[in-house]
Design a protein around this ligand. Structure first.
Ligand code: UDP
Ligand code: MG
Length: 318
């Protein structure tokens, strides 16, 4: 292993004991056939299954494999951030451990980076996920681009490449909740997006249920845009303007036609609607306030239990 390899592969792992053997079988031949110096940095994100011993074995068997063992589950994006802090390569690639991103695509990403692109994104063609996930992603990708002002085709695809400058910039960011592809896109000078194949998850289950997906998307929205807050303000302005008009209409009506008494249920419907808008607004402000609260406490973003092979730990919040 050279002191500083050309390529680092960063792979977060959370309860992937079924996928890991297959991943090793396909990934390591690709790594050895790259013709470039390469390291693989696994992050064990608090797995409660047999992932850790499998990963430790991989470290023992291959000189280019390293492992960061987390002291609990801190989430995919924090795991990748830890990987970035420890990766030494000039080009840093991320991929999932479940083989949904084929490792055989790695050389194609590297080619794009050789061509001078500092961020290489990918979008999944022939995506193999449940229909509900695909539809939801379509809507989410649209809305996300609208709100963040970014142009990312597929927010969910984590097979991505970043050059050293981008990784250093990301390492300087201290945010406790983040969404890596969006952060990188902000810093990119010459990003590119290529189509990649996508496979069904063969072993284990997705670690993202509906609730975690929604939370992740709140991180994306609040982390990269104030549009949700401004939208609530605009909605408030609109409702106020409409109610002034409505008030005027009622005054005129009283003068011309006389007082009205009906319409109790219309009033209730209107009230419920406005109550909904109000709760929605409070919720959105709360999302931002909660994140400010997380930031000011300055707790470590993740905790490392141990590094394999043993080495100096890069702190999560220097
Ligand atoms: N992952 C992680 N921590 C988590 C959730 C997921 O490190 O809290 C890893 C997981 O092991 C996998 C990758 O992130 O390597 C993507 O997760 P998953 O395949 O469940 O997401 P999906 O493909 O369903 O979006
Ligand atoms: Mg997956």
């Amino acid at each position: 292993m050279t002191p500083s390899p050309e390529v680092s592969l960063v792979i977060p792992v959370y309860n992937e004991q079924e996928s890991l053997p297959a991943l090793f079988d396909r990934l390591f031949p690709v790594v050895e056939g790259l013709g470039r110096s390469c390291e693989v940095v696994f992050i064990n994100d608090g797995s409660r299954d047999a992932s850790l011993p499998l990963l430790v074995r991989a470290v023992q068997d291959h000189p280019y494999v390293r492992l960061i063992d987390f002291n609990g589950n801190f989430g995919q994006h924090m795991a990748i951030l830890a990987g970035f802090a420890h990766a030494r390569g000039e080009k840093v690639l991320t991929l999932d451990a479940d083989l949904q991103n084929p490792p055989e695509e790695i050389p194609r990403l590297l080619e794009q980076m050789d061509g001078g692109h500092d961020v290489v994104g990918t979008h999944r063609v022939g995506r193999r996920d449940p229909l509900f996930r695909k539809l939801a992603s379509k809507v989410v990708n649209r809305i996300s681009n609208r709100i963040t002002g970014l142009a990312i085709q597929d927010y969910g695809c984590m097979l991505r490449g970043y050059d050293r400058r981008i990784v250093d910039l990301i390492n300087q960011c201290r945010e406790t909740t983040t969404f890596l592809p969006a952060l990188a896109q902000k810093f990119a000078q010459s990003p590119v997006d290529i189509p990649v194949g996508h496979a069904e998850r063969e072993h284990g289950t997705s670690k993202y249920g509906l609730y975690r997906l929604v939370r992740l998307n709140f991180d994306l929205m609040t982390g990269f845009s104030l549009v949700p807050l401004q939208a609530v303000t605009l909605m408030g302005l609109l409702v106020s303007a409409l109610s002034v008009l409505f008030g005027l209409f009622l005054v005129l009506r009283r003068l011309l036609v006389g007082a009205e008494a009906e319409g109790l249920f219309t009033l209730m419907a209107l009230n419920f609607f406005l109550l909904g808008v109000l709760l929605f607004g409070i919720g959105i402000s709360g999302e931002y306030v909660g994140r400010i609260y997380l930031e000011v406490r300055q707790r470590p973003r993740y905790l490392v239990r141990r590094l394999y092979p043993e080495g100096p730990e890069k702190e999560s919040r220097p």
